[in-house]
Design a protein around this ligand. Structure first.
Ligand SMILES: Cc1ncc(COP(=O)(O)O)c(C=O)c1O
Length: 382
């Protein structure tokens, strides 16, 4: 069968794939590798989807997205960030994974380059390459607090650079970039005529300061594509619904591609998303605090384990400690941790060149399990 596989996909991907066989043998496994909220979607959202499905929202919808959802997105954006958005600048699609793919398919010609700040969400590379582009890593380092440095950014730009992906707050590093970094990126984008693809799907999980969207910076609305998703901010990963905000010409192009791929985002999930936006303040207050508490608890435990080093977390529900003191590479460390403590974490090397020497810990299990996982880790010596 392999001979039928397209040449360009024979060495494609890898991403976060795990050897499930090796993992399943541990019946007391604690899995800290999952980037999915462990809490079930709020009941009000589920009930709204059920009610609307019974009322007939079971068909294909508007190719741009449910008009009521688009209206709710525009209203929420204005209320939260004081910026008005025209409905023609919004496309609803099935998740930000698909959203990012649509952006890349919409903007890239073969060989065009896209900058990503390493360590980065691994699917970016696949989404860029799937669209015929080249993924160029701009390194950031734990030793520098994962700061984005102007000289490294400038050095990565070539005549083929078309866009940069900016994920704020950041999976996997738990960074949340502030005004100075955003200004640097905005100025660089203007100077080199680049698009910024702002992946803003963890914005509820900001721990140090309130979130500022990239497109609200002066002059940036027309060169920013904003990706939002209901997955993390509303604990709705399985509903597969997200939105893209961009200039109308790009929205039109992406809508045609989206049409060819899925026609429309799931109707029932879009009805659920309307309810999520309606209850957003309460949902944040009710659930996000739980994740924040877990993150800070886990950070404290990590800091008391001598073989880890950790930067202050500022956002998301991940932590990305260094394991350099163990003198093991990340893959070996993950394997030994699994074998000795039956705790599964993600190999930092999966997140790009500067991810090596780190592991990602997702605080997507309850406090008791987190406690048990760190009790086990504390007993280990490397
Ligand atoms: C940074 C980042 N972007 C995008 C996604 C994809 O989210 P979804 O496709 O569920 O919207 C994830 C999921 O973990 C992520 O961490």
């Amino acid at each position: 069968m392999e001979r039928f596989i397209a040449e360009r996909f024979r060495s494609f991907g890898g991403g976060l794939a795990l050897d499930t066989g090796a993992i399943l043998k541990y019946t007391d496994l604690i899995d800290l590798s999952i980037g999915d909220t462990d809490i079930v979607t709020d009941e009000r959202i589920i009930n709204a989807a059920f009610r609307d499905a019974k009322a007939g929202h079971t068909h294909y919808g508007d190719p741009h997205g449910d008009p009521e959802l688009i209206d709710a997105v525009c209203r929420a954006w204005n209320e939260d960030f004081g910026q008005s958005i025209d409905p023609e600048r919004i496309l609803v699609t099935a998740s930000s994974c698909l959203g990012m793919s649509l952006v890349m398919l919409g903007i890239l010609d073969p060989g065009d380059e896209v900058l990503v700040f390493s360590p980065y969400f691994p699917m970016y590379r696949e989404q860029i390459e799937l669209a015929g582009g080249v993924c160029v890593e701009v390194p950031t380092y734990a030793s520098e607090g994962f700061a984005i440095k102007k000289e490294r950014l400038d050095a990565a730009i070539t005549p083929r650079t078309k866009a940069m992906v900016f994920n704020n707050p950041t999976n996997p590093t738990a960074m949340a970039y502030g005004a100075d970094t955003m200004r640097l990126l905005a100025e660089t984008a203007k100077e080199h005529d680049l698009l910024i693809v702002a992946d803003e799907i963890y914005t509820s999980y900001m721990f140090s300061e309130p979130f500022t969207p990239m497109r609200t910076l002066p002059g940036m609305a027309e060169r920013t594509v904003t990706l939002n998703s209901f997955s993390k901010n509303y604990l709705m990963t399985g509903w597969r619904v997200g939105t893209i905000i961009a200039e109308p010409a790009l929205i039109k192009t992406m809508q045609r591609i989206n049409g060819a791929l899925i026609y429309t985002a799931p109707s029932v999930s879009q009805r659920a998303a309307i309810q999520a936006l309606h209850d957003r303040e309460d949902i944040r207050a009710r659930y996000i605090r739980e994740y924040r508490e877990r993150v800070f608890y886990a950070a404290e435990r990590i800091r008391s384990i001598p073989y880890f080093e950790l930067n202050e977390p500022h956002g998301t529900f991940y932590l990305f400690p260094s394991i350099r003191k163990t003198k093991l590479d990340s893959a070996r460390f993950c394997a030994e941790l699994l074998e000795k403590a039956h705790v599964l974490v993600t190999n930092g090397a999966a997140f790009g060149k500067t991810g090596e020497g780190h592991v990602r810990i997702a605080c997507t299990v309850g406090r008791d399990k987190l406690c048990e996982a760190f009790d086990r880790m504390e007993k280990l010596k490397f």
